[in-house]
Design a protein around this ligand. Structure first.
Ligand code: PLP
Length: 380
């Protein structure tokens, strides 16, 4: 399937019209168990739905296809997928490197949970390959990056980071949630595992929580599959269905997210109340060259710093009417949030603390004139 275009794979990979009924779309197989033809005689490989469910399997094959990978695995959330990767690849005494502005939940899981089990970590700026190389130790097994990062939109050079991770005998994980496989395909650039919060752009409609990972490495996939079944943080068939329904329109949605974000970036950059616009599409952005090299376009996420600090930033968030004040991102509707008090509150007082004047915008696919008018009235 790799020779087909992105949307053809997104719409078709994993499912042909069903032989028995002709159903064009994958059914929601709401069955927890599957009849066997004699002991061990499984039909199509299914026995129990924690181990495997037909709707989930279609999502997993589809995810693998759109990330240009071999193996896909679905999870009940992005954090469940993250947790499975950490447990599959690290043992007590091992070390990993994470970005100094990693998603707050990723940082919290590593800092509060895995560190108790003897896993060490160091932080390094995702956009500084030399600093990542310096953070690598003899016991480093994993280099974890997000690009662009949540919420500072820093950009890591995936190919260069893969090279230094591999030189050290470590694996590279890329959290591709912000970019999506439509804009960026990390496995093609040398990453070993791609992880997603499918809650975001892949689901795309703010109606389902999910996670997925894709790899070309059969041993990693086997270890992940063992944990997926052994620990059981799997998505239900309805969740898998909703996620796939979103993926089919990912390309057209992403084009519109990018169009709207680019226009809003122009407006915000010229606004006197905005002291800085963080968007990898800006030529002045320090990660612009790396982003232009590895991304099709620059995405639908914008972060801004607001004159007047935390209070002014929170007032901006509270005054928008089309942008809804809410956590999460990547849905068709525009969202606004204050990371310091909301999504990234768990980083307070740590090396990963985010600036108090920062506001994050998830630019939706509404009419751009309404989004511009809303932001202008809210900034005052
Ligand atoms: C970059 C990134 N990775 C992982 C996650 C975790 O995903 P989930 O909320 O689906 O568990 C999020 C959630 O916001 C995220 O933004």
């Amino acid at each position: 399937m790799t020779d087909q275009g992105f949307s053809t794979k997104a719409i078709h990979a994993g499912w042909d019209p069903e032989a028995r009924t002709g159903a064009v779309n994958v059914p929601i197989y709401a069955s927890s168990t599957f009849a066997q033809d004699g002991v061990g005689g499984m039909r199509d490989g299914f026995e129990y739905a924690r181990t495997g469910n037909p709707t989930r399997r279609v999502l997993e094959e589809n995810m693998a296809a759109i990330e240009n990978g071999t193996y896909g695995r679905g999870f009940s959330s992005g954090m469940a997928a993250t947790d499975a990767i950490l447990r599959a690849t690290l043992r007590p005494g091992d070390h990993l490197v994470i970005p100094n502005d990693a998603y707050g939940g990723t940082y919290r899981l590593i800092d509060k949970v895995f560190s108790q089990w003897g896993i060490e970590y160091s932080v390094a700026p995702v956009n500084d390959v030399a600093a990542i190389a310096r953070a690598i130790k003899p016991n480093t097994k994993l280099v974890w990056i997000e690009t662009p990062t949540n919420p500072l939109l820093n950009v890591g050079d995936i190919a260069a980071t893969a090279q230094i991770a591999h030189d050290a005998g470590a694996k590279l994980v890329v959290d591709n949630t912000f970019a999506t496989p439509y804009l960026q395909q990390p496995l093609d650039l040398g990453a070993d595992i791609v992880v997603h919060s499918t809650t975001k752009y892949l689901g795309g409609h703010s109606d389902v929580v999910g996670g997925a990972l894709v790899t070309n490495d059969s041993q990693i996939d086997a270890d992940i599959a063992f944990l997926q079944n052994g620990a059981g943080a799997v998505p239900g068939p309805f969740d898998a269905y909703l996620t796939m329904r979103g993926i089919k329109t990912l390309a057209v949605r992403m084009e519109r997210h990018c169009d709207n974000a680019e226009k809003l970036v122009e407006v915000l950059s010229a606004h006197p109340k905005v002291t800085e616009v963080l968007y990898p599409g800006l030529e002045s952005h320090p990660g612009h060259a790396a982003a232009a090299k590895q991304m099709r376009r620059f995405g639908g996420m914008i972060s801004v710093r607001i004159a007047g600090g935390q209070i002014a930033a929170q007032e901006f968030c509270a005054r928008t009417k089309v942008f809804t004040l809410a956590e999460s991102l990547g849905g068709i509707e525009s969202l606004i949030e204050h990371p310091g008090a909301m999504t990234h509150a768990s980083t307070a007082g740590s090396l990963l603390e985010v600036p108090a004047d920062l506001v994050r915008l998830s630019v939706g696919i509404e009419d751009i004139d309404d989004l511009v008018a809303d932001v202008e009235q809210a900034l005052g």
